[in-house]
Ligand binder design. Structure first.
Ligand code: SER
Ligand code: ZN
Length: 512
């Protein structure tokens, strides 16, 4: 790594009669602190003119110039402050040249798009790749830009983007863990189409469905199975998680790194003052159309979006706190509302919806406790899918959901032990084709999230040792898609254990 920065320090007064060179010569130790001997930053050139000190600072990996310059700022302020009452008012870097080695050669050059993002547009003079070296030339960087470590983050981002190019096209990690025996399927029709015909469900556009009494009864039966066979025996307490997820949550959960194209954004009005909205109201009353073009300017920027992964909205409850040992493992669940993901408008069946209902269980504890809870949960699922729903399904070890949602592929290092990471539960959908060739449906997952969330939300254990967490999301629409694809709509063919819990057939709504 090579860094070279030309910068100017604007002082609060002219530096007449002060020997800056002599002073700067004394900064050697300061610019090498924390680096191997002699490997820190060095001042290659210095010049004083009026109230400005011009410096060229160079370094290798250690004490990079954007760090060194602040060490110098303090140093100069200290030395000049006492005697001469002079301080450093402002720092600006006119040129910053950076050269660093990459792990891998870029497969595609992204430098043009990278340079045009608004934050960088004014500052990037060039960015080129030569084999495994990246060279950047930046200009006119403010004190804030330097101080906030944007430079180091840009370097990490460039390396990440190149690594991502190498992942691209590679499938997500997938390793079979267990598979049920093949089951005899009731039919091979697409249940969405058949349920629509039977008025069990209705599509409202945008991946949103109305579930009629019959479909709802199936969903509610699933829910009561989950309560009886999983939530109660495993000892989870119900909570209500908010369904509006604000940016602070997504910054800590990692979602802010990736999900922008899938968010249902949430905006508040600029004011609830009726007069402010009068033109909108009047326009609507005259035209009968909601004037979206007017509304667009009367709402604030989004505060975040509708819940996406469901569990992140729980974590502020633990944020910055120390959990008492007697509360561990902590086990809670939420079934209080929908999650939403923008699935890009295409028409999909109930297995892929924008607005979906999920029961989300979250647990946290010492690593061993977190492992044990997941094991118990997987056992409960096996019992439900094998003995009650009689499904054809399998389990696979996959890229952890929190990595996938941050735009990453692969597995955590612990995957060999199949410890931290996600198990996907997949079902065979006969209407999609053969068992071998068709895509199976992920109808739920169960994860050990390691310290991802406890770290992100700064949660501590009473013993002061590592705290982990896990979660499992039970997608009601996906259970419905699985069950009806395998078992059909004819109740005679449904498993007895399921029917036992189904209760009376609800009254259908008939249309003429
Ligand atoms: N939070 C997890 C996910 O989004 C489980 O629901 O996949
Ligand atoms: Zn979760």
């Amino acid at each position: 790594m090579k860094f070279s920065m030309d910068c100017e320090l604007t002082m609060s007064k002219k530096l007449e009669g002060i020997n800056i060179e002599l002073l700067l010569n004394k900064s050697f130790d300061l610019l090498n602190k924390g680096a191997p001997p002699g490997a820190g930053a060095s001042i290659k050139k210095s010049r004083v003119s009026g109230d400005k000190v011009f410096l060229t600072i160079e370094s290798g990996r250690f004490v990079r110039p954007h760090d060194a310059v602040f060490r110098l700022k303090n140093f100069l302020s200290q030395h000049l402050g006492k005697e001469h009452h002079i301080g450093v008012k402002e720092i600006n870097a006119s040129h910053y040249e950076i050269e660093f080695e990459l792990d891998k050669e870029p497969l595609k050059d992204f430098s043009l798009t990278f340079q045009t993002i608004p934050l960088l547009k004014e500052h990037m003079r060039s960015m080129d790749f030569k084999e495994k070296t990246c060279h950047m030339h930046m200009i006119n960087l403010s004190e804030e830009f330097l101080k906030n470590n944007y430079v180091d983050r840009m370097i990490s981002l460039i390396i990440d983007k190149i690594n991502a190019q190498h992942y691209e096209g590679k499938a997500e990690h997938w390793e079979l863990m267990w598979a049920s025996p093949e089951k005899k399927n009731a039919w091979n029709k697409d249940p969405t189409v058949e349920m629509e015909k039977a008025n069990w469900i209705m599509h409202r556009g945008r991946g949103q469905w109305i579930f009629g009494p019959m479909a709802t009864r199936i969903l509610k039966t699933f829910e009561s199975i989950v309560m009886e066979e999983l939530v109660t025996p495993a000892g989870f307490s119900e909570m209500v998680f908010p369904k509006a997820e604000t940016w602070d949550i997504w910054k800590k959960s990692g979602h802010a790194k990736s999900i922008y194209g899938e968010i249902y954004y949430l905006c508040q009005p600029k004011t609830r003052d009726k007069e402010y909205w009068e033109d909108v109201i009047d326009t609507y009353k005259i035209t009968g159309e909601v004037p979206l073009h007017l509304i667009k300017d009367k709402i604030k920027e989004p505060i975040g979006g509708i819940t996406y992964a469901q569990c992140p909205a729980f974590w502020p409850f633990l944020d910055g706190r120390t959990i008492a040992d007697e509360s561990l493992p902590l086990k809670v669940f939420d079934r209080s509302g929908t999650s939403m993901r923008y699935e890009s408008g295409g028409i999909h069946g109930i297995e892929r919806v924008d607005e979906f209902h999920r029961i989300e269980l979250v647990w946290s504890g010492y690593p061993e406790q977190v492992r044990e809870v997941r094991k118990k949960i997987v056992d409960c699922y096996k019992h439900i899918f094998n003995d009650i729903l009689d499904l054809e399904w399998r389990m696979a070890w996959v890229t952890p959901w929190f990595m996938a949602q941050e735009g990453l592929v692969g597995v955590k290092d612990e995957s060999e032990k199949r410890d931290i990471g996600t198990i996907d539960f997949e079902s065979y959908l006969p209407y999609r084709g053969t068992r071998k060739e068709s895509e199976w449906l992920e109808f739920q997952n169960a994860s050990n999230n390691g310290d991802k969330y406890t770290k992100g939300f700064n949660v501590k254990s009473q013993k002061g040792t590592e705290l982990w967490s896990g979660c499992t999301g039970i997608g009601m629409e996906r259970w419905l898609a699985t069950f009806t694809a395998q078992k059909g709509l004819d109740m005679e063919k449904w498993p007895k254990e399921f029917l036992k819990r189904f209760g009376e057939i609800p009254t259908e709504i008939k249309f003429l």
